[in-house]
Design a protein around this ligand. Sequence first.
Ligand code: ADE
Length: 393
Amino acid sequence: MAIISSKQPEPQKPGNQKPDDQAAKKIPSSQPQTGQKNQLLESSARADEVSRNEDGIRPQSLDDYIGQKALKEVLQIAIQAAQSRNEPLDHLLLYGPPGLGKTTMALILAQEMKVDCKITTAPALERPRDIAGLLVNAKAGDILFIDEIHRLSRVTEEILYPAMEDARLDITIGKGQSARTRSIPLQPFTLVGATTKVGALTSPLRDRFGLIQRLRFYELDELTNIILRTATVLKTDVEESGAMEIARRARGTPRIANRLLKRVRDYVQVKASGPITEQIAGEALELFNVDPCGLDWTDRRLLSVMIENFNGGPVGLDTMAAATGEDAQTIEEVYEPYLLQIGYLQRTPRGRIATPAAWKHLGYEVPERPTLVTQADIKNPDTNNGTDQLSLM
Ligand code: ADE
């Protein structure tokens, strides 16, 4: 399988109007097929992420993949059925918080189907020629992975509809009155879309996916096993209790678990010796500001601002962003899902609330909560989005 990853579009050069492959490029494999890595090292974050698998910590098959049991079962059936019909896999939409393995799963699907996987991200597909190039160059059964698919431009999305449904590329040639539409047949391919915001997809796009699957946060034992597996790949000695201590602080997320493991490995190398034990893992992660629940500095700041400045909420997302200096989208997509999952945050129609568990965790005394009422609640209880100023009654 070749992995081809994408870069952001470059300014269009004059006189070069042909559909091309600007949004994803391929480089020669530096490893044998068994290594399954034929990677492009480019400057985009997407490409960086793929290239970071150089140390081989991404699982290469469904059997190697730990966790997401229900998803694996669904995909196993889809793979077997498609292979026995000699057809490509159905289009697949994967959604869930970042770091849970959406890209990894797309790469595994390509391995299992023995096809190539092209990796790109919606912001790299701004112009029609970006997506056209990828589609024209896809071979039968190939997987096209589009990350952040909720951010596709309208024109790119409209090109995808006939491509997904009928393996057809409709392109418009010329402008104004002389414009004509031409259809180019494509090889049937599989689109794997990934998003952290499934609700932000348009329904025509969502409806064209045969499989829509959610990735959930990982359990403690699953993360522990992922860390033990990664430690083996990295040739790092870790005791099971050490792996579990890291897992406890990894926010249910393999990407974070593997990142923390690498930080603890550094710590052991410099400050200690021997295997990673529970105590050493705890010490190291304390030093890196990751608390026993996995909250980092930003999580704690979000919660403490809610508690100290807004008496625990409700507080609107934009107000939170302004008060903490964090980007609203990052708060919503990166920080909130885990805080919601562990019950430290609640989303209500009037805004976010820090729960009593969050107050306790951060060392605040839980108050007898006053009733919080907004002017908008009084006028119209249904339409307030939580961004109003609060008054206490
Ligand atoms: N590394 C990252 N995610 C993994 C997973 N789900 N299984 C095994 N190794 C992993």
